[in-house]
Design a protein around this ligand. Structure first.
Ligand SMILES: C[S@@+](CC[C@H](N)C(=O)[O-])C[C@H]1O[C@@H](n2cnc3c(N)ncnc32)[C@H](O)[C@@H]1O
Length: 433
């Protein structure tokens, strides 16, 4: 049976957007987790990307949109009420995505039924009048949700809130990691900037797959901060032979590809079969080699300790909030404590996989010290056979300095002029011989 509204152009994408928001705000799922179920009925990829774009921008601009909605209602709508969701979706399209008003409201009204439809129409019109008269205005930058902003300011200082808001207001630039050293020809072609060896940062202009060199596997997408952990292991080739590295929590393979292209013999382990499919696609496109294992690191161990281990631990992912605005709506202190517990347990299993004299690089894309600094402090308290091997400035991309203890912490206020970077904590440890 046809749905009564099935013929309204663009409605299906908005229905998917409201499902995505429901999954994030009510069920605590990430946008990526929610995409298959929420957009499964959309056959057109551009509708899927519109649904994602609407939901991501609602999550980014939520507090400003809500302030406008609240200014136009006598009785405050519940945070997860459908009329509020429909209004957020309509308003973000007009204010951020430059959708014409009539298209935004005609596709928002069918998202609610009965009396609330009149309410949505009334609030939308009042807000639009407020904007036209200059009484209502979107702030210059989206606000970081209060709980997160307070936590970050406590941990990283008072300036971090504003810097994070500014970083959040613009789509992240595209960072590419290259298989080979000769990035020069691409810098000109892509009008990009290189901030480290084998790196290029550019404004995304065409779909990634249409960039020259993509089919040949010359590069892959990887935030500059995410490329630091593998950089700290250097070259894998010594005296004509390749050293072995265990890449733990490896899918979809960004760090494995760096390591393999730097001459390491890589054994990559991850427990997510779906992400490992993407990993295998990446390897075959870039023609790089690695041995892959689908296994849970709480159970699996290698036949012998390796020269190096790169452990990119599963984490809250609050450091990648620019491209994943959902994380700031689903991660709070309880989730951070849960992730920290998992990291502690995994680190205990990972450490013995480094051979004496070998190196362990620990990384998390998190802005929470419980998942970064405190994990390494905890490991060093438990194991006196490991010590920090200090990172030097020369090993890091331009504009990033190591911390006093020789570990690396990237923050949302770094590289502002060049377009910012993700929040990571990275430590390099050596196991004593
Ligand atoms: C931060 S992501 C890895 C990104 C990857 N290193 C890269 O550079 O492309 C964390 C990964 O940890 C994996 N993971 C989580 N728990 C795991 C476990 N117990 N055993 C193995 N892998 C696990 C997840 O499937 C996920 O792919």
């Amino acid at each position: 049976m046809n749905e009564p509204n099935a013929k309204i152009p663009g409605l299906a994408a908005r229905q998917s957007a409201i499902r995505l928001l429901d999954a994030v705000c009510r069920r605590g799922e990430t946008l990526d987790q929610a995409m298959p179920a929420a957009t499964g009925k959309l056959s057109n990829p551009s509708d899927k990307s519109l649904a994602h774009n609407i939901a991501a921008n609602v999550l980014r601009w939520m507090s400003a949109l809500d302030a406008m909605i609240d200014s136009a209602t006598r009785n405050r709508l519940a945070d997860d009420a459908k009329p509020r969701m429909a209004l957020r979706i309509a308003l973000v399209q007009v204010l951020i995505l430059e959708t014409p008003q009539h298209a935004a409201i005609s596709t928002a009204l069918p998202l609610v039924h009965g009396g609330p439809r009149r309410l949505v129409h009334g609030v939308f019109s009042t807000v639009m009048r407020g904007i036209e008269s200059g009484k209502l205005k979107l702030p210059e930058y989206p606000a970081i949700p209060e709980e997160t902003e307070n936590r970050w300011m406590q941990n990283w200082g008072p300036d971090i809130g504003d810097a994070a808001s500014q970083a959040w207001s613009k789509p992240a630039l595209l960072d590419l990691s290259f298989r080979d050293e000769n990035v020069g020809e691409f810098i000109q072609q892509f009008e990009g900037e290189s901030l480290a060896p084998k790196h290029l940062r550019m404004l995304p202009s065409v779909p990634l797959t249409q960039l020259p060199g993509f089919d040949e596997g010359a590069f892959w997408v990887q935030d500059l901060a995410a490329s630091i952990p593998a950089r700290l292991l250097g070259e894998g080739n010594v005296d004509g032979g390749a050293k072995t590295v265990l890449d733990f929590c490896a899918a979809p393979g960004g760090k494995t590809m760096q390591l393999a292209s730097n001459g390491w013999k890589v054994i990559s382990v991850d427990n997510n079969a779906k992400r490992m499919e993407r990993f295998h696609d990446n390897l075959s496109r870039t023609k790089l080699e690695a041995e892959t294992v689908i296994a849970d690191l709480m159970k699996w161990k290698p036949s012998e300790p390796a020269d190096a281990v790169l452990f990119d631990a599963p984490c809250s992912a609050t450091g990648i909030f620019r491209r994943h605005p959902d994380v700031l709506h689903c991660i709070g202190s309880r989730q951070i404590a849960d992730r920290a517990e998992v990291q502690r347990a995994l680190l205990e299993r990972v450490a013995p996989c480094v051979k004496p004299g070998g190196v362990l690089v620990y990384a998390v894309c998190s802005l929470e010290p419980e998942e970064g600094e405190e994990q390494i402090e905890g490991l060093l308290e438990k194991r006196d056979d490991f010590e920090i091997e200090k990172v030097t400035s020369g090993e890091l991309p331009d504009g990033i300095e190591p911390q006093a203890d020789g570990t690396v912490r990237t923050l949302p206020n770094m590289l502002a002029e060049q377009g910012y970077l993700d929040g990571f904590y990275i430590a390099r440890l050596r196991r004593k011989s």
